[in-house]
Design a protein. Structure first.
Length: 250
């Protein structure tokens, strides 16, 4: 089994008396796509928010390359190499595709003392931006205005922006949401390409895509892990079928 690069143990987040995540354990390894599935309200987005730093845990630990990062802010985690996308597309629609990616790349290497420098001319940020766009399949669209892209292309751009920060871990929250068949196929192909060089956590409701892509699947219900394992194990699980996949053979 590959060595985990990002892992959590006993991860819990309470909102008053509600435990949105309750003692969750998960491990992400480079070269693996780990899918996180479950019904609405299962705690999937809460878990991603905890791993990315957008939420602080009520209990538990988060380890990145052997260091506990549970109290680090999102920007510090991003600079360490943890990138994430959101359920809702998060781009700058009035800017060009390249400028969106360059702004993301610039966040990886802030220069607080370069007050009078033209950040748009920074060759390092531009190179990272172009690399991210190439990886995401948008190398031919650098001059287009982001708001004029199709929905699927905007989701590709959001992933390109994440890639421009040179992450080792990708936390992707429903990247296929709202896509047609052709756009979904392009996104699936992109995720397949990225898996070999990254550790990926994918939250997704498209179970066909999940079973096609995932090396490991974790199923959450009511804030807890119901089962975690290889796709064949999850597909055959009676408990998962009852709780999520919509079957009951009993």
């Amino acid at each position: 089994m590959a060595e985990p690069i990002l892992s959590a143990t006993g991860l819990t987040r309470r909102f008053g008396g509600l435990a949105a995540c309750d003692g969750v354990a998960i491990a992400l390894a480079r070269g693996q796509l780990h899918a996180l599935v479950g019904p609405n309200g299962a705690g999937k987005s809460t878990l991603i928010n905890l791993l990315s730093g957008d939420l602080k845990p009520s209990a538990g630990s988060i380890g990145y390359k052997g260091t506990d990062i549970a109290r680090l802010t999102p920007d510090r985690r991003a600079r360490l190499g943890i990138g994430r996308s959101y359920q809702k597309t998060n781009i700058f629609p009035a800017f060009s595709v390249l400028e969106n990616a360059r702004l993301a790349a610039q966040s990886r290497d802030p220069r607080p003392l370069a007050v009078f420098a033209d950040a748009s001319r920074d060759p390092h940020s531009r190179a990272r931006a172009l690399r991210g766009l190439e990886l995401a399949g948008l190398a031919a669209s650098v001059e287009r205005i982001a708001g004029a892209l199709s929905h699927g292309e905007q989701r590709q751009l959001e992933i390109a922006m994440v890639l421009a920060t040179e992450p080792e871990v990708l936390l992707l929250d429903e990247p296929l949401a709202g896509m047609g068949a052709d756009e979904s196929a392009r996104m699936v192909a992109l995720l397949e390409r990225l898996t070999s060089t990254h550790a990926i956590l994918l939250v997704e409701h498209d179970m066909d895509a999940v079973f096609a892509l995932a090396d490991v699947i974790t199923v959450m219900v009511n804030g807890q892990v119901l089962e975690s394992g290889a796709p064949a194990q999850i597909r055959a699980s009676v408990e998962v079928q009852r709780a999520y996949l919509g079957h009951d053979d009993a």
